[in-house]
Design a protein around this ligand. Structure first.
Ligand code: FMN
Length: 223
């Protein structure tokens, strides 16, 4: 016999106060949300946070079911957020279908900050993917060739055999080309939301949305 459901009780009692930073109403005036993401990302990297560039990417599958997974942010500009993946993966299948949109969220727990974005996605030009692929460690390049991401695998041994086959195909000293089924994807945010934890659950939230004149409109939201 057990004494009721202690785990649930334990979860419900987990809480902390958020009090590190504030977002003032004038903080965003004339500020591009892209620039703010860059600043927050820099703060996260300077703070030495583990996987500071990890974002949760949400897509919708062919049945309308939502899906989400972590990918690493590898490029950030006014054009959008770039990540790299296998084009045969589930996520890219979802993104290849209309409306070709995704959402992403990053949470930097230590800084008590969250950023959310939504927008259309497109594949990066091959030259950009080639340059990024060439910058990866050789072992990562071989893994990209060896792994048909999101496809079933018989066992661990099968994966390692496939890796060894690629290592034989491209011995040390030879250049490993970008696989045709692998590359970058850019999410171009049309909507941003910035969340800064505050005391007593009265958090600061601001949404940025592009106006018809191309300027960003900032709105404070209730937490
Ligand atoms: C910390 C972390 C970083 C990851 N980075 C990537 C990445 O940059 N690209 C990628 O395709 N998968 C990455 N993954 C694996 C994905 O979360 C996911 O398992 C994989 O892409 C297959 O997703 P899908 O079947 O929905 O396409 C990462 C996972 C973790 C936990």
């Amino acid at each position: 016999m057990t004494d009721g459901p202690p785990r649930t009780k334990h979860l419900a009692s987990q809480r902390r106060d958020y009090a590190q930073h504030v977002l003032h109403d004038d903080y965003f005036q004339n500020q591009s949300p892209h620039e703010l993401v860059r600043l927050w990302l820099n703060d996260a990297m300077e703070a030495g946070l583990t996987d500071a560039t990890a974002m949760t990417l949400a897509t919708v599958d062919e049945l309308g079911w939502p899906d989400a997974r972590i990918v690493l942010l590898k490029g950030l500009s006014e054009e959008g957020w770039d990540f790299y993946t296998n084009y045969g993966s589930a996520k890219v299948k979802h993104l290849d279908s209309p409306p070709h949109m995704a959402a992403a969220v990053i949470y930097w727990a230590t800084l008590e900050r969250q950023v959310r974005v939504r927008g259309p996605v497109q594949r990066l030009e091959r030259e950009i993917s080639e340059a990024y692929f060439a910058s990866r460690p050789r072992t990562s390049q071989l893994s990209a060739w060896a792994s048909a991401q999101s496809q079933p695998v018989e066992n661990r041994e099968q994966l390692e055999v496939q890796y060894r086959e690629q290592a034989e195909q491209y011995p040390e000293g030879t250049q490993i080309p970008l696989p045709p089924f692998w590359g970058g994807v850019r999410l171009s945010p049309l909507l941003f939301e910035f969340w800064q934890g505050r005391s007593n659950r009265l958090h600061d939230r601001f949404r940025a949305q592009k106006n018809d004149d191309g300027r960003w409109q900032w709105i404070r939201l209730a937490p």
